[in-house]
Structures are given as structure tokens and as C-alpha cells.
Design a protein around this ligand. Structure first.
Ligand code: HPA
Length: 235
């Protein structure tokens, strides 16, 4: 038992997929894991453990934003022995070549959050994906002929910005897309000597203002979940 996860130690696998949306955790566990068992319902933040191609895997919702993800990832690392963590999320494209439904595999994640300024006493820390996970995910995505982009993303604390053009500054510096969690995940995994990766499906575009419908989101997410499961167990 930890503060926010009502599982016994041993009920959660060393390999954990991390969707923001707990209902996506349920969808992924039911669709992809064999013998999936729900181990957490505290605050509705569902978590499941089952089998993927013979390897035990858990899928734990994190909620939205670095503070929420950091609660679950801290507890998974400290209290449940998680060693490989792969975020599966959605993102908003910052660049024209990054189209709706494409995958973004995050090498690094910048942030407008202060959480690492606090941790590093005002200095900058550059959180990075684990190379084995990252390179395996890129190789598998290429083999499957999935359209993907590998590069930097932004983990923002604000979904709704006062300045509607603020994203353009990040885009100019090569940032591919925005989400709200990867920077926290990479930081905490690094501190624990664990491996982390974030893979996101482009659900909307700041450039073209297009967005996927909820039904389209569900179907395109299936490719990403399968890719994340395979990368996590192969790497
Ligand atoms: N902003 C932040 N997070 C997101 C977005 C966005 O536009 N789209 C999907 N996740």
C-alpha cells in the first residue's frame, strides 16, 4: 500500500505503462493484457496488472500534469519497485510536419514547470529518455511503418494559455509537440536509476487547429499502446 495506490508490493509489475487517462488504462488492459487484474481504484486512478507476450506488465493512470504524474511515479518507483516506465499519451503538434495521428517519441522534454528549478536550486536539468527504450521504440515504429517523429517535446503546466501564440517560440527551437507529463517522468526515473520513455499520439494541432474526435483518439491509440508494450518488454 502507498498513499495513492492500494496495491500490495508484488501486485505491480516492474514494467509499467502510464496513460494520463485512467479509462485509457482500463481500455489498454482489457484490450491487450492477458488475465488483467485491477489493483487500484483510489481516486478513480485505475491500475491493472496482466501479461503481454509472457511478460508481466502493469498499466497505471497518472492523471494530467507533472504534479499528478509525479505522485504516481514516485510511489511506483519507491514502494512498488517499478524499473521500466513508458508514458502513453496524447500531444498537440507544434510543427506542420507533425500531423494528426502521427506518433511522437520523446528524446527529451522541456518544461515551463518550476518543479526542476526547485529541485536543482534554480539551475536547469535536461531530462532525457532512456536510450534502450527510445531506440527500440523508434526501430519498432519504423518496422511497422508507423509515421513517427523523434525529438524534443514540451511538458507544459498550462493547457489553456493567455497568449495564444506562445507555442511558436518553442516550435522555433525545434520542439515537436506539447503534452503535460514527460519531463516529470524522465526526471524521477533518472533519480531512481530506472528507465523511462514517453510516446504520444498527436491528437490536435496548434498549427492547423485540427483535432481528433474522441472515437478517432481511441482507435489511433491502439497502435501506440502495442508499440509501447513491445518496446518495454524488448528493450
Ligand atoms: N496541450 C497540452 N497537452 C496536450 C495538448 C495540448 O494542446 N494536446 C494533447 N495534450
Amino acid at each position: 500500500m502507498s498513499v495513492h495506490i492500494s496495491a500490495e508490493r508484488g501486485e505491480i509489475a516492474e514494467t509499467v505503462l502510464l496513460p494520463g487517462d485512467p479509462l485509457r488504462a482500463e481500455f489498454a488492459a482489457e484490450k491487450f493484457l492477458k488475465d488483467a487484474v485491477c489493483y487500484n481504484r483510489v481516486r478513480g486512478m485505475l491500475g491493472f496488472t496482466g501479461n503481454w507476450k509472457g511478460t508481466r506488465v502493469s498499466i497505471q493512470g497518472t492523471g494530467m500534469g507533472i504534479p499528478s504524474l509525479n505522485i504516481y511515479v514516485n510511489e511506483l518507483l519507491r514502494d512498488f519497485g517499478a524499473r521500466t516506465l513508458v508514458r502513453i499519451g496524447s500531444c498537440g503538434s507544434y510543427r506542420r510536419e507533425v500531423a494528426l495521428r502521427d506518433l511522437v517519441i520523446a528524446m527529451t522534454a522541456s518544461t515551463d514547470s518550476a518543479h526542476n528549478k526547485l529541485r536543482f536550486d534554480g539551475m536547469d536539468y535536461a531530462p532525457a529518455a532512456n536510450y534502450e527504450l527510445f531506440s527500440t521504440a523508434c526501430r519498432l515504429a519504423a518496422e511497422r511503418e508507423l509515421t513517427f517523429h523523434a525529438g524534443g517535446i514540451l511538458s507544459s503546466d498550462t493547457f489553456y494559455q493567455d497568449d495564444p501564440d506562445a507555442w511558436k517560440h518553442w516550435a522555433q527551437y525545434g520542439v515537436l509537440a506539447v503534452e503535460m507529463e514527460a519531463n516529470g517522468l524522465y526526471t524521477l526515473a533518472a533519480r531512481a536509476g530506472a528507465r523511462a520513455l514517453a510516446i504520444c499520439t498527436v491528437s490536435d494541432s496548434l498549427v492547423t487547429k485540427e483535432a481528433l474526435t474522441p472515437d478517432e483518439r481511441q482507435s489511433t491509440f491502439a497502435d501506440m499502446i502495442e508499440l509501447a508494450l513491445d518496446a518495454a518488454v524488448e528493450a
